[in-house]
Design a protein around this ligand. Structure first.
Ligand SMILES: [Zn+2]
Length: 282
């Protein structure tokens, strides 16, 4: 393990650019609930357990039409929680490593919580591949674009797991609104914002490729259940011959040539920081 930490620290120090990829495990250290497995989800949402609804059952756009007060209980609660949550100190450490890189940094995350923006990462250099809870869209697909949720409030009675009126409405047609998050079985997610982020990311990668920049990828808390982030890390590492550091306490398996650190996200970042030479941080 110590050898892996040393190798990973060297890969971070010698890189021209950093790609930070993150899944749900990144948020756990900030105190956000862990949705892994039904037990993890039901611990966070005991009422959902009583209703016999799993995360996959609830994270479905059909609820916004069938029972919008239930749908908004789930997403409204999360919206409030993510707004209140302060990103853990690992975010700031990552940002300090990234800031001194000549070719900068990009973030690729499946998290919809907006924590990287809150931590001070450049919003123009973040891909949120599953969307963002801080943006809303129309449920009925009136053809309108998405909008920033701003300070729109959703009051939730947690004892019965129901959102109170008024529920968020489409700014264009007045119909029901929903978060601009990619849900399960979701045919109506408006992907424009994520696509624009992906396009900026592709441009950055092409520029790095052109100048043969040395890229190091730090992957944090990204699991195999919904493997979008792991795939992205591995594909980019392969394409740019980058060094992939996978920090994951539960699923630390790695392809050949990568570095595995089998700890939680914050613990892994702390251990790396101890090995990174202080003069590399300005
Ligand atoms: Zn509408």
């Amino acid at each position: 393990m110590t050898r892996n930490i040393q190798q990973a620290a060297e890969a971070i120090q010698s890189a021209d650019a950093l790609l930070i990829t993150a899944g749900a495990g990144m948020g756990v250290d900030s105190g956000l609930p862990d949705f892994r497995g039904d037990n993890g989800f039901w611990k966070a949402y005991p009422v959902a357990a009583r209703l016999g609804l799993s995360f996959i059952d609830l994270a479905n756009p059909a609820w916004f039409e069938r029972d919008p007060h239930l749908a908004w209980a789930f997403y409204g609660h999360r919206l409030g929680l993510y707004r209140r949550t302060k990103p853990h100190e690992g975010f700031a450490k990552l940002l300090s490593w990234a800031k001194i890189k000549p070719d900068g940094c990009f973030v690729f995350t499946s998290n919809v919580d907006g924590q990287f923006q809150r931590a001070g990462f450049d919003p123009e250099r973040i891909v949120e591949c599953h969307g963002s809870i801080h943006h809303f869209q129309c449920v009925s697909g009136c053809g309108s674009s998405i909008w920033d949720a701003g300070d729109e409030q959703v009051a939730v009675d947690e004892s019965v797991f129901r959102a109170a009126n008024p529920l968020p409405r489409c700014r264009h047609c007045g119909g029901m609104a929903r978060p601009n998050i990619l849900m399960f079985g979701d045919m109506s997610w408006i992907a424009d914002r994520s696509h624009a982020q992906q396009e900026r990311f592709s441009q950055w990668l092409r520029a790095l490729e052109k100048k043969s920049a040395r890229l190091t990828i730090i992957e944090l808390g990204a699991g195999t259940a919904i493997p979008s982030v792991r795939f992205a890390s591995e594909n980019v590492a392969k394409r740019l011959r980058g060094k992939l550091i996978r920090i994951n306490p539960h699923e630390p398996e790695i392809p050949a040539g990568c570095i595995s650190i089998a700890t939680g996200a914050l613990e892994g970042i702390r251990q790396l920081e101890e090995k990174i030479l202080p003069d590399a941080i300005v």
